[in-house]
Design a protein around this ligand. Structure first.
Ligand SMILES: NC(=O)c1ccc[n+]([C@@H]2O[C@H](COP(=O)([O-])OP(=O)(O)OC[C@H]3O[C@@H](n4cnc5c(N)ncnc54)[C@H](O)[C@@H]3O)[C@@H](O)[C@H]2O)c1
Length: 308
């Protein structure tokens, strides 16, 4: 009888498709569940993989956050370890992979799920320090984790990089963030081409605006300004507006990205590589002149169970 994790995953039978596999999830830390501000992509992905039989190394620069995810996994019968590391530091990435090797001896999947942004500055508001900080983590970090992870993928493997819809459908967000995610897409395709001969696949996911802990600060940020938290009273209106811009008129969560990431990390996607998948409720395919014309959603969003 498979373990039912009771997390807010999409309903359905639990498969054990990751039995015997090892994954490293960079940015897998979890904010305190009691904060009630949702769950991040890395934590959701780690929990989902573990639920399906994977041994998971949860890497985060915030070790308390990594330990929270490990605890959530252990509580439901899964196996995981926490690794404190900053992906923008070469030595940290080398040590992280050594820790994976010590614990599990091998690696089958690397999932880079983190990303930072600082403000909603445009090109004309360019700030050097912001460019460096974002590029170091979002691009160099993904390069370094892959650099060290690939040699441990001796049986082949899968790399899943979390990019952003901003890479191809830029919002009024941060110019550097958009550029960094474009670079993530290119890096992913490069890895797919160069490492395919070793049985390594690489794909990226571009999430649209979704409800994760980081969204609380991003949503409250005016164009051109530094990030700030969105006042409680304004949250529901902003979230409603975000639902309305999707084709499905639903808001995405980290679980929507986690399920796509799990598929791309699994052997079920063995012939898919070098792809960049938009996961955004269809927001990016709606013609701008049609956004206001959509009929209201007529069915309940019954496929998602929230318990966090
Ligand atoms: N939330 C959204 O609406 C949205 C939209 C589009 C794309 N994305 C992308 O999705 C991904 C996940 O977003 P999220 O909202 O779940 O993120 P999050 O901020 O909730 O989680 C990111 C985790 O990464 C960790 N982290 C940050 N920098 C790190 C570093 N240098 N080294 C190690 N760990 C580090 C953080 O401590 C945190 O635990 C990111 O790549 C983000 O850019 C998010």
């Amino acid at each position: 009888m498979p373990v039912e994790h009771g997390v807010n995953a999409v309903a359905g039978p639990v498969s054990r498709r990751f039995e015997g596999k090892v994954a490293l999830v960079a940015g897998g830390g979890r904010t305190p569940p009691e904060a009630g501000n949702g769950i991040g992509v890395g934590a959701a992905t780690s929990m989902l993989l573990a639920r399906e039989g994977c041994r998971v190394a949860v890497l985060d620069r915030d070790v308390d956050a990594a330990n929270r995810t490990v605890k959530s996994i252990a509580e439901t019968g899964g196996e995981a370890i926490a690794i404190q590391a900053d992906v923008s530091v070469d030595a940290d990435c080398a040590r992280a992979i050594a820790e994976v090797q010590d614990a599990y001896g091998t690696l089958h999947a690397l999932l880079n799920t983190l990303g930072i942004t600082r403000s909603r500055r445009s090109v004309t508001q360019f700030v050097d320090e912001e460019w460096t900080a974002i590029m170091e983590v979002n691009v160099r970090g993904f390069m370094l984790t892959a650099k060290h992870a690939i040699p441990l993928m001796t049986e082949g493997g899968a790399i899943v990089n979390v990019s952003s819809a901003d890479a191809v459908v830029p919002s009024h967000g941060n110019a550097t963030f958009a550029a960094s995610k474009g670079a993530v897409n290119s890096l992913t395709r490069h890895i797919a081409v160069r490492e395919g001969y070793r049985g390594i696949r690489a794909n990226a996911i571009m999430p649209g605006a979704m409800w994760t802990p980081i969204a609380l600060t991003k949503l409250g940020t005016a164009v051109g300004a530094d990030k700030k938290e969105l006042p409680e009273a304004e949250r529901e209106a902003v979230r409603r507006q975000r639902r309305q811009i999707t084709a499905t008129q639903t808001e995405g969560t980290a679980w929507d990205i986690a399920h796509a990431a799990a598929f791309l990390a699994s052997d079920q996607s063995r012939w898919i590589t070098g792809q960049v998948l938009m996961v955004d409720g269809g927001a990016s395919v709606i013609a701008p002149w049609d956004v206001q014309n959509k009929p209201a959603r007529t069915v309940a969003d019954s496929t998602l169970h929230f318990v966090d």
